[in-house]
Design a protein around this ligand. Structure first.
Ligand SMILES: [Fe+2]
Length: 401
């Protein structure tokens, strides 16, 4: 395990029905709030109306910004920042999934940021050095989709619609002030979206497990435990979508998957996310689907690259899927581990190929160029163990067809 510094100040309020107590959790944050949610709020209408009423009842003036799209756009973030400045908003509330919560973080910090908010982001497009935000309005998150851990971490992702680049910003000031995690809000979430969100959470665990420090047995066991939980709870939710206990276990597992504690000491890289962001930026593919594509193809490419990879994937398969040795070597078990992940994604109905996601295979060269431009290091190598160059990226994309 490597040296690390950990700081996570998020006040988490977790439990069935806790969203109804939002007033008591936000009343000290100010007198004027911007509530942020999706451009289509059909599924959230009663929740948003309830939150609006509860805030007005305690004398908080509210302004709503229901314009955020999945794969959030910089232009909407800029628009909301101007609304906050013009109306002298005291704090921001994000009600929705990762796109809404990420946007809420950038909006709240953007209000107090000097210059363009895109300057906060780690962008390879213009080779600029990102300027991390140091101030932010308080933020309150009410997650409605278990997936990104945005409610418990200090990272946000957005797409610059002009450069077609999906980039991230990470800074301690972006930790939410309060996150009200109410699993009852996810009971009506369609099974498909639940499954895609679960695959995103799994990918966060798998990135750290496969591409972080390999001598951290405690972190390994924590990661394996989360994977086992997400896999079993997702299957249970598919059978019984309204069961709030299963929803609660799924939501807490997703919140823990990328909140800093499990990544501590690993110094992990995120090659699947670097490649996935390119697919989202070019084709607006849902984030979880882009990760499913690379859980399939990147895993099959990398699991037998060398003996260390074979051993790592074999360990993963033994501890998550209960694969038995039965005289098999690491390579054989590693390949079976990947088969288990692919079978799981088929079982829960998550697309995991380029063709499933309507991404043309004729675009592979272009996609690879974008990955090298935006997702690779200065030497053009994808930060994976081992590092992968353009040729390898092309092979991964061909395996994803
Ligand atoms: Fe993700």
């Amino acid at each position: 395990m490597q040296n690390f510094e950990l700081y996570n100040p998020v006040r988490v309020v977790f439990g069935t029905g806790e969203s109804k107590n939002i007033a008591k959790h936000v009343k000290s944050l100010g007198k004027k709030a911007l509530i942020i949610s999706y451009d289509d709020i059909t599924f959230l209408e009663s929740l948003l109306s309830d939150i609006e009423t509860k805030l007005v009842d305690i004398g908080i003036e509210i302004i709503t910004f229901y314009r955020i799209k999945a794969n959030p756009l910089l232009c909407h973030i800029q628009e909301a920042i101007e609304i906050c400045r013009k109306n002298e908003v005291d704090f921001c509330i994000g009600v929705g999934g990762g796109s809404v919560m990420d946007s809420t973080k950038v909006i709240a910090a953007g209000v107090l940021f000097q210059g363009e908010p895109w300057n906060m982001f780690v962008s390879r497009h213009d080779c600029s050095v990102s300027i991390p935000p140091e101030k932010s309005l308080p933020t309150v998150m009410v997650p409605t989709l278990p997936a990104t851990s945005s409610e418990t971490n200090c990272t946000a992702v957005a797409t610059n619609e002009v450069t077609q680049e999906k980039a991230y910003v990470s800074a301690p000031i972006l930790y939410p002030t309060v996150s009200i995690i109410d699993p009852a809000l996810t009971c009506t979430l369609p099974v498909y979206q639940t499954a895609v969100g679960a695959v995103d959470a799994m990918s966060h665990i798998l990135e750290a497990y496969l591409n972080g420090d390999q001598n951290s047995p405690l972190q390994d066991r924590l990661h394996e435990g989360l994977l086992v939980t997400i896999i079993s709870e997702l299957k249970a939710i598919i059978k019984d979508p309204l069961n709030v206990d299963h929803r609660a276990n799924m939501q807490w597992a997703a919140s823990l998957a990328w909140n800093g504690y499990l990544q501590s000491g690993l110094n992990a890289t995120t090659p699947m996310h670097q490649m996935g962001h390119v697919l989202s930026a070019l084709y607006n593919t849902p984030h979880g689907v882009t990760l499913a594509i690379f859980i399939d193809s990147y895993f099959r490419y990398t699991c037998t690259l060398n003996s260390e990879r074979e051993a790592r994937f074999a360990l993963l398969g033994e501890n998550v899927f209960g694969l038995k040795r039965d005289g098999q070597n690491n390579r054989e078990i590693a390949e079976k581990t990947v088969d288990c992940f692919v079978q799981f994604m088929d079982e829960v109905g998550v697309p995991h190929t380029l063709s499933d996601a309507n991404i043309p295979s004729s675009d592979i060269e272009r996609i690879a160029d974008e990955i090298v431009a935006h997702g690779c290091d200065a030497d053009g190598m994808l930060p994976s163990i081992p590092k992968i160059g353009r040729e390898g990226i092309i092979t991964i994309l061909q395996m994803a067809i």
